[in-house]
Write a protein that binds this ligand. Structure first.
Ligand code: NAD
Length: 264
């Protein structure tokens, strides 16, 4: 807890950002943005189930635990439809319940649209969109029963733009934005807020090739009004807000954390 938070009076606005006692599941939190989100939720007081794909998100959980937080690590391949239930069961077993679900896991494959393999299409749609729906259903059901809960989906600039050579990714992330609104409409009266965050160009391993390409890096920076790549912490701060009671009147929103890219 920061000094500012520790000294804040009980009625302070900062109290509304507290996640003390909350239980969160963050998918894809072995690396990149998901790891930053899991650590930030833990810093705000939540216990976190950290999920990795092939290997459990042990490093992220270790970081949280060694800083005095509470975290558990799990693995599940969300390209298999059966994995969502297994993951939620494991998280609930460890945490007791899921108050905050962050659907961050995602993948991208690149091919010309005309020859895009249908297998790749199915896998990207399963990981990026169908598993988001499955996990939201599974965790959302118990949230609805309790009358309180937060779901945060990680969308993309390609929820709005088409991209090139990434038709499955663009379709899946467009779907994530629409699914966010669809769930928000049904679940708002039941106390569950469903929102999305659309990251812009973020400085992660995932974008290291782009960062290293001098021409692309320059073109990207010229197009971002803020003039820099986004840091994982930029995204994590938005996730803490959308996970907390401070955002209780916000649902069905897609929050762009893109340095102004989409405003241009
Ligand atoms: P990343 O590759 O570090 O993280 C993606 C995570 O998804 C990994 O931890 C991986 O384990 C998980 N994942 C991938 N395939 C999976 C599968 N089959 N089953 C289970 N988990 C799987 O990349 P990142 O940049 O941190 O991306 C996180 C999210 O943010 C993704 O949804 C991505 O589409 C989105 N995003 C990232 C950027 C960016 O600039 N980095 C921009 C827009 C959107």
């Amino acid at each position: 807890m920061s000094d500012a938070t520790a000294s804040a009076p009980a009625h302070s606005i900062l109290q509304k950002f507290q996640l003390t006692g909350k239980k969160a599941l963050v998918t894809g939190s072995a690396t990149g943005l998901g790891a930053a989100i899991a650590i930030a939720l833990a810093e705000a007081g939540a216990a976190v189930a950290c999920h990795g794909n092939r290997r459990a998100a042990k490093e992220t959980a270790d970081t949280i635990n060694s800083a005095g937080g509470q975290a558990f690590a799990f693995s599940a391949d969300l390209s298999h439809t059966a994995s969502a239930q297994v993951l939620v069961d494991h998280a609930v077993e460890a945490l007791g319940q899921i108050d905050i679900l962050v659907n961050n896991a995602g993948m991208i494959t690149r091919h010309e649209a005309v020859e895009f393999p249908l297998d790749d299409w199915a896998t990207v749609l399963q990981v990026n969109l169908t598993s988001v729906f499955q996990l939201s259903q599974l965790a959302g059901k118990a949230m609805i029963e309790r009358g309180v809960g937060k779901i945060i989906n990680i969308a993309s600039l390609l929820s709005f733009q088409g991209g090139i050579r990434v038709p499955a990714y663009a379709a899946s992330k467009g779907g994530v934005a629409q699914l966010t609104k669809a769930l928000a409409n049904e679940w708002a009266p039941r106390g569950v807020q469903v929102n999305a965050i659309a990251p812009g160009y973020m400085r992660t391993e995932n974008t290291s090739a782009l960062q290293a390409d001098e021409t692309r890096n320059r073109q990207i920076l010229e197009r971002i009004p803020t003039g820099r790549w986004g840091e994982p912490e930029d995204l994590a701060a938005a996730a803490v807000f959308l996970a907390s009671p401070a955002s209780n009147y916000i649902t069905g929103a897609v929050l762009n954390v893109d340095g102004g890219w989409l405003a241009r």
